[in-house]
Design a binder for this molecule. Structure first.
Ligand code: IPD
Ligand code: CA
Length: 289
């Protein structure tokens, strides 16, 4: 693998090259975290506060180091935008590639052995969400890997995925992030909560968005205005490439210095019909943030 990665240095990276690199990152993360999972016998201590503002767990640091070291092996210059370390420039031309990482999405689940956590990595040519050309989200507990390349569709374990065609709330399973103590947000959700028949929240938003991409969920909403760019960058492309709908309350530059202070709300849905009903039931979706 090392030789293959080094051979890539002298030529432009193709989609396949990036897919290979991100897959190697996934394997490196998996290798690092498996022993940690076996060690968990009690709640994990914190290792300070990450750039994203949340307490860092050992698993977050191990996964982040595994990703950085794997990308470094390929001799690529890049700007890393990570939930834990923030913005780091690596190599001589760091502005050639922007790599947006949430080393572990669902760290709290991991720390209690709840089998729902993922690694999330997106590669962009520039500083915008729109510049993301390759994305990987991997469900590390079940070994399901979602990959998307811009304009080339989204895949789960190599098979093309498509979102749900369910258009009515009666039959729909809708993910809602209720992880908030903000009464204002809960009030804004009142109408939609009375419409939903089957509500779910699993605790790792990148993976829940991939569930919209592959039709496991019919929609996912998080209007708390708490998500960071690192939480959603990879899943954003995967959802779009699957053909599902996704909108965010803010799509500004990825490397804005205020990036980690910026918080985003989002709505994703399998099709326009269910998306429009959600938007109608959430009139304060963007204004509230
Ligand atoms: C968290 C998860 C969770 C969401 C939190 C996120 P993290 O990500 O996605 O579902 O409710 O807001 O912070 O912190 O485990 O990477
Ligand atoms: Ca995280």
């Amino acid at each position: 693998m090392r030789k293959l990665m080094v051979r890539m240095v002298n030529r432009m990276k193709t989609e396949n090259d990036w897919n290979t690199i991100l897959n190697e990152c996934r394997k490196a993360v998996q290798k690092k975290i498996s022993p940690l999972l076996k060690e968990i016998t009690e709640p994990q201590s914190d290792y300070g506060i990450g750039a994203g503002g949340d307490p860092i767990k050992k698993v977050d640091l191990e996964a982040e180091t595994a990703i950085i070291n794997t990308i470094k092996e390929s001799n690529i210059s890049f700007t890393l935008i990570s939930e834990e370390s923030g913005i780091i420039e690596i190599g001589k031309k760091p502005k050639e590639n922007y790599i947006v990482v949430d080393p572990i999405d669902g760290s709290t689940n991991f720390s209690r052995r709840l089998p729902f956590y993922a690694t999330s990595i997106a590669v962009s040519n520039d500083q915008t969400l729109g510049g993301i050309h390759t994305a990987l989200v991997s469900d590390l507990a079940r070994n399901h890997t979602y990959i998307a390349n811009k304009k080339h569709g989204a895949y789960k374990n190599g098979e093309r995925i498509e979102p749900s065609e369910i258009e009515f709330f009666e039959n729909a399973i809708i993910g809602v992030d209720l992880n908030t103590n903000q009464l204002k947000t809960l009030k804004s959700l009142t109408k939609v909560l009375t419409m939903i028949q089957h509500l779910r929240h699993f605790g790792a938003n990148a993976l829940e968005l991939c569930f919209v991409a592959d039709g496991t969920l019919d929609a996912f909403i998080d209007i708390r205005g708490k998500l960071r760019i690192t939480d959603l960058a990879a899943a954003f492309l995967i959802v779009k490439e699957s053909g599902a709908k996704i909108s965010t309350s803010d799509e500004t530059f990825l490397t804005d210095k205020t990036l980690f202070k910026k918080r985003i709300a989002l709505i994703a849905a399998g099709n326009s019909k269910i998306y429009s009903q959600l938007i109608r039931a959430l009139p304060n979706y963007t204004k509230d943030i």
